[in-house]
Design a protein around this ligand. Structure first.
Ligand code: ADP
Ligand code: ASP
Ligand code: MG
Length: 399
């Protein structure tokens, strides 16, 4: 039996908490399982490192940035390894490089391309507990890369997949996946199970309890994934293939605060313009989300789109380079609120209830997008949490 356990920032936030993690890891080891532990940086450390770099420039060099960011996880990895050995359990700490995690070269949001499991397999065979520094790998050149914010979840799932682990447990500071962020709506309910597809939507739409790419990979590799708290022994949430038996209409509400809107006014209405704009953004690896183009009038049109807020300054540079005969507006005081549920596939009226609920609260919807299993709405930042609570109640998720 092989178990991969990942401990997030809060769970390793102090030296005492790292000791608590060591005790839990030893408990699992004593039960007879082999254990690979993936750790995050202590809470707040990655943000602090980002702030250090931003002191010099808004657009730091990627290679240097990843050298900096990856250091947080290495600290925790080393400390947990020392704690385990001190408690009498042979352990070895591996950086992303030593764990064999090979990525592409898109610095600060690299994708894992392969995992060379040789070293990890040797260490397991020797009976050691392996502690891996999450969130990082190396590219072909040997430069350190990082996997995007929340990327330790991805490290854990990728390692679980590569080693064919029986279970991948994501330990965090809440008991599992809830119907919405329990810090926004205390009446949120913990889910015992959720399907990969619904979890993927929730995570992609801002529920940071799991990083979205980790869910995508877990689905692809069929990894048994559980999220639970590192502070108690409550049952967590199982993320599974099955869709819920009772065909729940809506399983959760997500809020994404990392959003910004760009509006181009008076764009020339001719073929190739959208291609020019979105190619420029794609070349800078900016993920464009919602796009709205109005019906053209007098040879021009208006084009609006949303991007991650932390990429706004790079997007501005791209826009400045394009032909300037138009007005460009930027708004980073927006958020995206989303309703997610597989039941929407077979029910009507789900979207209209969302719109009516926000209307009743006097909240204006700036943009809308829908898919088979979600409805997303862009609203003013100051109404984001109110919208989440109102929708949570409207879909009776507290019942
Ligand atoms: P870690 O540091 O352990 O990776 P994160 O802060 O990344 O933890 O993720 C856990 C947090 O996710 C919780 O503290 C909670 O505020 C937030 N969260 C957002 N949406 C949800 C949800 N639907 N269910 C549970 N937690 C959620
Ligand atoms: N430390 C990184 C972050 O804060 C990665 C992680 O915690 O998963 O984003
Ligand atoms: Mg996280």
């Amino acid at each position: 039996m092989l178990i991969v356990q990942k401990y997030g920032g809060t769970s390793v936030g102090t030296l005492e908490r790292i000791e608590n993690v060591a005790a839990r890891v030893i408990e699992t080891k004593k039960s007879g399982a082999d254990v690979v532990v993936v750790v995050s940086a202590m809470s707040g450390v990655t943000n602090q490192l980002v702030d250090y770099a931003l002191h010099y420039t808004k657009d730091p060099d990627g290679v240097a940035m990843d050298m900096l960011l990856s250091s947080g996880e290495r600290v925790t990895c080393a400390l947990l390894t020392i704690a385990l050995i001190n408690l009498g359990y042979p352990a070895v700490g591996l950086s992303g490089r030593l764990a064999g995690i090979i990525t592409d070269s898109v610095h600060t949001k690299a994708r894992i391309e392969a995992i060379d499991t040789k070293r990890m397999k040797e260490e397991l065979k020797a009976g050691k507990i392996i502690v891996v520094a999450g969130f990082q790998g190396i590219d072909e050149k040997g430069d350190v890369t990082t996997l995007g914010r929340g990327g330790s979840d991805l490290s854990a799932v990728a390692i679980a997949g590569a080693l064919n682990a029986d279970l991948c447990e994501i330990y965090t500071d809440v008991d599992g996946v809830y119907t919405t962020d329990p810090r926004i709506e205390p009446k949120a309910k913990k889910l015992d199970k959720i399907s990969y597809d619904e979890m993927l939507e929730l995570a992609s739409l801002g529920a940071k309890v799991l990083q979205n790419r980790s869910v995508e990979l877990a689905k692809k590799l069929n990894v048994n994934l559980v999220t639970r708290s590192s502070f108690n022994h409550n049952e967590g949430t199982l993320i599974t293939k099955e869709e819920s038996m009772e065909a729940v209409l809506v399983s959760g509400i997500a809020l994404d605060k990392n959003q910004a809107r760009v509006t181009l006014r008076g764009v020339v209405d001719k073929p190739g313009i959208a291609a020019e704009i979105f190619t420029a953004l794609a070349e800078k690896n900016i993920n464009v989300d919602m796009i709205i183009q109005n019906v053209g009038q007098d040879g021009t049109t208006n084009l609006g789109f949303t991007i991650p807020q932390n990429e706004l300054h790079v997007a501005k540079e791209c826009m400045d380079k394009l032909s300037a005969s138009r007005e460009i507006l930027y708004n980073d005081e927006i958020v995206k609120v989303s309703v997610v549920g597989v039941g929407m596939k077979s029910h009507t009226g789900v979207a209209s209830l969302a719109f009516q609920t926000l209307a009743n609260e006097g909240i204006n919807i700036q943009m809308i997008s829908t898919s088979e299993i979600k409805i997303s709405m862009i609203v003013d930042q100051k109404y984001g949490e109110l919208a989440v609570r109102a929708l949570h109640e409207a879909y009776k998720l507290d019942k």
